[in-house]
Design a protein around this ligand. Structure first.
Ligand code: ADP
Length: 632
């Protein structure tokens, strides 16, 4: 009895009458132990099949007609095939309105439940919309309901719901453009296998792709394949704005009358229009998605606002920089959200513009901000896009370069001025110069020429070391003896008498030590001490002075390139700020490391290590810096 319960529940719940008729028929066939069946209704006085389980033998139709004529249960038998049928009239207020007929084995057919399903089918039948009988408000409501959707699949699903409701469509499908051809975009009430076999029929194209509404009877080969010969089919082109959006095929219990056909055409026009809108909406969504992807994949912060100054798009970098929750920010006014008035007015103001400003919390990064207007093709203002570029590093590099050029200029000019002065003096005095003044002039000339030469060598070294590893000329030396050579009136060497043999590049080692000593002597009035410590596999060489010391905040950058160029000590004492960088590279080249410990007002301790057995990876070959060590 679950069949009957299902139909009755459906009736109470107001389910679609067409579906209920089918449910009642399925129940009648199953409980009567039949194989197939039909529900026939009197439509405008004519017996019309309103539901069928598939192709039925003629005897089923005959039983249905007989029971309507006689007003009682009818049994029929087909002597040729041996099949039989039973049919029960469907009544409404004593009037016969149709019949439910079940076919199958005449001996097995059980009629006991048939009256119950006949009653249920009657109730469904009176609710079934007659073709072309939908009221105007009902029709226009249905059209509106289709237009509510913008997603293609949702539109088509609605279309078939409404076709079922308005025209009693039992099934159907839609063909939509796909590249150069067509594809089935939605189908219902038809099995995939039936649709596939129908589509392979040679008449399929002709039937489906017609220019006007086309009605075909159940006997048409394509319709027969689609509905197993039970239903009439209509095919209608979906044309909007002069363009074909697709084709719609509906399976109907009966062929539509002229009014029905006109309604079907109006319905198809609406479907075409809605499909076109959904296509446009999809294209718009795709376009929006592409735009959003571009904005979101930009590494720097990007903000897009509408012409009312409200956020449209905020990418991840911008959300992070301005602490904007991405989803929440969209649609919100810009005002007060960026925490920077200048930036907000740049984004919401009339003009396009550029601006450099510090942002972040704390504001420690320099950004170049630029806005552009977005205009529609007709010139309509669509809003603005703001792009921020972090230029902190670029500006820093720019500054370092500028400082570098000015320091190098200064460093070149000082010895050149001295050289020029002495050369002029010698030229002027010719042979009349006393020997003491001449010796003084010559030694000043030599010292300043050497200074110039060193400066140029340093610059060449720095510019080439990034791309070329200088080769090493390694030799085993006694470190104590080497260090003794650096002792002078200002420099003391502290070492044990024990010899420490180390494998190193002598010229490069001297260059490191000379530079550290130069600095120490330059920055202190007092004595400078060189100390050596045996550390097993390594030796540690330290240079200590009692000079002004170095600010602890400067220590991390001390051995970096160009870092000290703008330091005040560089300005007062001269120098390019390249020396310690070169020292680091030369120490590292030989497998050691270098560091500095310093206290302001107390002094500095520069130290570096050298592996006793030389670097693990030796670099050999021609070395254009072999002569780097100039006499000092
Ligand atoms: P420069 O060739 O200008 O001396 P360096 O790279 O050798 O460049 O040194 C960088 C900076 O480190 C110097 O400008 C100075 O401020 C600081 N410095 C180096 N050695 C000492 C030292 N012994 N005492 C104090 N400051 C030092």
């Amino acid at each position: 009895m679950q069949y009957l319960t299902k139909v009755l529940r459906g009736l109470t719940a107001g389910h679609d009458p067409v579906r209920l008729l089918h449910d009642a028929l399925s129940g009648a066939i199953a409980t009567s132990k039949g194989k197939h069946g039909i529900v026939v209704g009197l439509v405008e006085g004519a017996a019309t099949t309103v539901a069928a389980s598939g192709a039925c033998p003629r005897v089923v139709q005959e039983a249905a007609e007989a029971c309507m004529r006689e007003g009682r249960l009818a049994r029929r038998r087909d002597t040729a095939s041996g099949g039989g049928a039973v049919a029960e009239p469907m009544r409404m207020g004593g009037r016969i309105i149709g019949a439910i007929a079940v076919g199958g084995d005449p001996v097995a057919l059980d009629t006991s439940t048939l009256p119950l399903f006949a009653d249920a089918a009657s109730l469904a039948l009176v609710r079934r919309p007659a073709m072309g009988r939908a009221s105007v408000p009902e029709f226009s409501d249905a059209l509106l309901r289709i237009a509510v959707e913008l997603d293609h699949a949702a539109v088509l699903s609605r279309v078939f719901d409404e076709a079922e409701h308005l025209f009693g469509a039992l099934g159907g499908f839609c063909l939509v453009p796909d590249g150069d051809g067509w594809k089935v975009s939605h189908y219902r009430g038809i099995s995939a296998a039936d649709l596939r076999s129908a589509s392979q029929h040679s008449d399929f194209r002709g039937f489906v792709a017609s220019d006007n509404l086309r009605v075909e009877s159940p006997t048409h080969p394509v319709v027969a394949a689609l509905s197993q010969g039970a239903e009439t089919a209509i095919s209608v082109p979906l044309v909007a704005a002069g363009q074909r959006q697709g084709f719609m095929v509906l399976l109907l219990g009966e062929g539509p009358d002229p009014t029905g056909q006109a309604l079907l055409c109006a319905f198809a026009n609406q479907v075409a229009m809605v499909l076109r809108c959904s296509d446009l909406a999809q294209r718009l969504r795709d376009h929006e998605q592409r735009l959003a992807s571009v904005v979101h994949s930009a590494p720097g912060p990007v903000l897009v606002v509408d012409n009312n100054g409200r956020f449209i798009l905020v990418n991840g970098a911008a959300a992070e920089l301005f602490h904007l929750p991405e989803a929440f920010a969209v649609g919100q006014p810009v005002h007060g959200r960026l925490g920077n008035d200048a930036l907000e007015s740049l984004l919401t103001g009339e003009d396009e513009g550029q601006l450099e400003l510090l942002l972040g919390s704390p504001p420690d990064r320099l950004y170049a901000a630029s806005t552009r207007r977005m205009r529609a093709s007709g010139g309509r203002d669509l809003g603005r896009v703001l792009v921020l570029e972090d230029v902190t590093k670029a500006r820093e590099t720019e500054k370092i370069k500028n400082d570098f050029v000015s320091v190098i200029g200064h460093e070149l000019r000082t010895p050149l001025t001295v050289v020029k002065g002495y050369v002029r003096m010698l030229a002027k005095k010719k042979g009349e110069i006393d020997p003491a003044s001449r010796d003084l002039a010559l030694s000043a000339l030599e010292a300043n020429t050497i200074r110039l030469e060193r400066l140029i060598e340093d610059l060449l070294f720095v510019s080439s070391i990034e791309s070329n590893q200088p080769a090493l000329d390694l030799q085993t030396v006694d470190l104590g003896d080497v260090l003794d050579e650096f002792a002078s009136s200002r420099v003391t060497v502290q070492r044990t008498k024990m010899s420490i043999s180390v494998r190193l590049d002598r010229a490069k080692f001297d260059q490191i030590l000379n530079h550290l000593l130069d600095n120490a002597v330059k920055y202190t009035e007092g004595d400078v001490v060189i100390a050596v410590t045996d550390r097993g596999d390594d030796v540690e060489i330290a240079v200590d002075d009692s000079g002004p010391g170095i600010f602890s905040g400067d220590l991390p950058q001390l051995f970096e390139r160009f870092r000290q160029l703008d330091g005040s000590s560089t300005r007062t004492q001269g120098g390019t700020g390249l020396g310690l960088y070169i020292c680091r590279r030369l120490v590292e080249l030989q497998g050691g490391r270098i560091w500095c410990e310093s206290r302001l007002g107390v002094g500095s301790h520069f130290a570096f290590t050298m592996p006793k057995h030389g670097p693990t990876r030796e670099i050999t070959g021609p070395d254009r810096f072999a002569n780097l060590q100039a006499p000092r």
